[in-house]
Design a protein around this ligand. Structure first.
Ligand code: 6GU
Length: 250
């Protein structure tokens, strides 16, 4: 998969060299190209923003640098044969970024991120590229960040770990909170490892019992308890058939 990121803060994307995403790049499963938006400015001050039409506070990112930067990234990716690109625009007014969307994006060959600073990018940029490729405007939660770069890191990590060969063990996806299956829409419960006793705290007996059926049931109960406490909205979304008599007695 190829990722392009166009930003006025290229150093903000340095974490893409680290850990899982860094290893995916090193192994050739992920090609990441970070571009400095200011390379597509032609005035003495490398201006990327201007005052909003209609008035109001803040600044709006200008069409010119974005158009030239995106065209350049597109020309390079097409030349190298990456296939059909999709444009990802992180914005608090986007659709919620979910595991389902992460899976959809992970199946694409080429993602181009356009993280904005200030009050956002002139709308004509998104409208222009939407005539040429799918555009995803995504929000990573109900709070406001100073810019979209942190969201690029979030989306990239969620997507990269789904790429074939990036997580060592394919089973690692299976129990993910939000993964499809029997535990669909439930949050993961607690986990434990050695030593068996730490500061007077021991391990739940069932996990030492070797009884796989009981362990699976206990994990499901823990997931249900945790989900009820932290995300009751997720329980509402479960099919009634997902629960049995024992659940209803909890
Ligand atoms: Cl994607 N961008 C910004 N600036 N703020 C956000 C966001 C994105 N998602 C939640 N808040």
């Amino acid at each position: 998969m190829r990722l392009d990121v166009v930003t006025i803060f290229p150093e903000y994307l340095d974490p893409l060299n680290v850990s899982l995403v860094g290893k995916a790049r090193a192994s050739g499963r992920l090609d990441v190209q970070v571009h400095d938006l200011r390379e597509w400015t032609y005035d003495r001050h490398n201006t990327v923003d201007d005052t909003p039409y209609g008035g109001g506070p803040g600044m709006v990112m200008k069409t010119g640098p974005w158009g030239d930067a995106l065209d350049s990234a597109l020309a390079d990716g097409y030349e190298r044969g990456f296939g059909r690109p999709a444009l990802i625009v992180p914005t608090p007014s986007g659709r919620p970024f979910t595991q389902e969307l992460a899976v959809e994006l992970s199946e694409r060959p080429w993602l181009i991120f356009a993280p904005a600073r200030y009050e956002g990018i002139d709308r004509r940029v998104v409208d222009e590229y939407a005539t040429r490729m799918p555009v995803y405007e995504v929000s990573i939660g109900d709070y406001v960040l100073a810019g979209g770069e942190a969201a690029v890191l979030v989306v990239t990590e969620a997507v990269a770990r789904l790429l074939p060969g990036v997580l060592g063990n394919a089973e690692s996806h299976r129990d993910d909170s939000f993964a499809p299956g029997a535990m669909a829409n439930l949050l993961e419960g607690p986990v434990y490892t050695k030593p068996p006793l730490w500061r007077g705290r021991d391990i739940p007996d069932v996990l030492l019992s070797g009884h796989h059926g009981k362990i699976a049931r206990w994990r499901r109960d823990q997931a249900l308890t945790r989900t009820s406490a932290h995300r009751p909205d997720l329980i509402e979304r479960c099919a009634p058939a997902a629960f049995d008599k024992k659940d209803r007695e909890m």
